[in-house]
Design a protein around this ligand. Structure first.
Ligand SMILES: Cc1cc2nc3c(=O)[nH]c(=O)nc-3n(C[C@H](O)[C@H](O)[C@H](O)COP(=O)(O)OP(=O)(O)OC[C@H]3O[C@@H](n4cnc5c(N)ncnc54)[C@H](O)[C@@H]3O)c2cc1C
Length: 437
């Protein structure tokens, strides 16, 4: 009979407190030699945002340098769940209420644009990253949420062509081997990738485009001199005509104005050891990516080889370390799939996503510095898309315009980048999630 493992029995013998994805592509920038003295475009941050910008400006023939404080890709871009969605948190009605019907429609459309662009980009560039057009099952964690999801799905399929279809409570087992949900919705356009291999492919494309990508080069200051910028980094100083900030959840004192506008929140995730033969076909038979309707969401999927489950969520009020988050995530995993009660955890890790006060991503230019960030935990598609658009903006191209341009990027009085309010907020939302509302 299966029972919950003791803490000591939870970790596989080869347990690693680092991303499972690094077993397939660890972030190594491999970039010896001194930095160039002068470039056209300097990009700070070597994740999806920064590299997609670099691909655009590099392909347009601009001398491009990407600097990352760690290895390029060390941030969220090799740590995430590899689930690609429309990325927008606010719904259509909410955006129209905030910005008026016309602008709301344009902002909302960017969610679909980012997803469709990502699908087209991965296919056109023939990226070797386990790209799968698998669709998402978004599961209702209670009956009130099922009613809401079903209503929204019908509207979004009718008015926005999402193709969303409703799965009633009695049909959940066609999607997942669990009785934990009250129905859900399928979004057929959502896709999955191996996030670290996707990043490695971006690195390849950026370099093929002529961009110079360097790790272990934290930028510590940016000064304006004449019409140019001087970036100070641990590996030397660089003069650049244009500067791009692509630091998302790792935005720090280098850019205080941006730091006051993003809220770094730890997202925690585990991978299981390989499951016994046949079990994955019972638990996730259609290979879809999965998320649930909680505010403090759980999301999971099969690994690309369908051997393991990769399961993520926010399991503590305050930030913690991956050894402490693993048993809590495992408890939730075993609640959904009791058959996994004795399955051990092989990897546990975390990364900092960037929330914003209006739960929207932002792209723009402040004091001459281009930026795109604030993906609120859903940035595989959107960071890629906005990085690409930001590259076009740097080039002065009309097609670089986005629905997010010129939207106010709010902060709060006295907020300097340390989210003291995080623990009470998580507590509040977790309490709400426990109610049938
Ligand atoms: C556990 C987890 C699961 C997630 N799951 C999903 C998912 O399934 N689907 C989804 O859509 N999104 C997901 N996300 C979010 C997604 O990964 C991010 O939105 C996306 O990777 C952001 O990319 P980025 O390039 O903007 O930032 P990052 O990849 O975080 O890169 C920022 C980089 O900036 C560098 N940096 C910071 N300061 C400096 C400096 N001063 N000098 C030089 N470099 C600097 C950092 O070292 C870092 O490498 C998840 C995130 C996490 C942590």
């Amino acid at each position: 009979m299966s029972s919950r493992p003791e803490k000591s029995a939870l970790f596989a013998d080869d347990f690693k407190p680092e991303p499972y994805w690094w077993d397939t592509a660890d972030p190594v920038t491999d970039d010896p030699g001194p930095l160039p003295e002068k470039v056209d475009v300097a990009v700070v941050g070597g994740g999806y945002t920064g590299l997609n910008t670099a691909i655009q400006v590099g392909r347009a023939g601009r001398g491009t340098l990407v600097l990352d404080a760690e290895e390029a890709g060390w941030g969220c871009s090799s740590r995430n769940g590899g689930q690609v969605s429309t990325s927008l948190k606010p719904g259509y009605d909410e955006l129209c209420r905030r910005y008026g019907a016309e602008r709301g429609r344009v902002v909302f459309a960017e969610g679909g644009n980012s997803l469709e662009w990502f699908r087209e980009f991965a296919t056109r560039e023939n990226l070797d990253c386990d790209f799968r057009p698998c669709g998402r099952f978004h599961a209702a964690h209670n009956s009130a949420q099922y009613s809401r999801l079903a209503r929204d799905a019908e509207i979004s399929a009718r008015d926005h062509g999402t193709g969303a279809t409703v799965i009633g409570p009695s049909d959940v087992r066609t999607e997942l081997g669990t009785d934990a949900y009250h129905g859900g919705v399928i979004f057929p356009r959502h896709v999955s990738v191996n996030p670290a291999r996707y990043h490695r492919e971006l690195l390849r494309l950026a370099r093929e485009a002529g961009a110079d990508v360097r790790g272990r080069a934290p930028v510590t200051a940016i000064q304006r001199e004449g019409g140019e910028y001087v970036l100070q980094s641990a590996r030397g100083n660089v003069r650049a005509k244009k500067v791009v900030i692509a630091t998302n959840g790792y935005t720090g004192p280098l850019t205080p104005w941006l730091r006051r506008r993003v809220i770094p929140i730890g997202s925690y995730i585990i991978a299981t050891e390989p499951l016994p033969a046949g079990l994955m076909d019972r638990l996730i038979p259609r290979d879809r990516i999965v998320s649930d309707s909680r505010k403090v969401v759980y999301y999971y999927r099969a690994s690309p080889d369908r051997q393991r489950i990769v399961f993520g969520g926010r399991v503590s009020h305050n930030e913690t370390n991956p050894r402490h988050s693993a048993p809590r995530l495992h408890r939730e995993l075993a609640r959904i799939f009791p058959e996994l009660s004795s399955t051990r955890v092989s990897h546990s890790w975390m990364g900092f996503v960037a929330y914003t006060f209006d739960t929207l991503m932002h792209v723009g230019n402040r004091d001459g510095l281009h930026y795109a960030m604030g993906y609120c935990g859903s940035g595989v598609g959107m960071a890629s898309y906005l990085g690409m658009r930001m590259g076009q903006q740097v080039l002065g191209l009309d097609e670089g315009r986005t629905g997010f341009d010129d939207l106010p990027f709010p902060t709060r009085p006295l907020y300097t980048g340390r989210p003291w309010f995080l623990a009470p907020s998580v507590m509040f939302y977790r309490f709400r999630d426990s109610l049938n509302i």
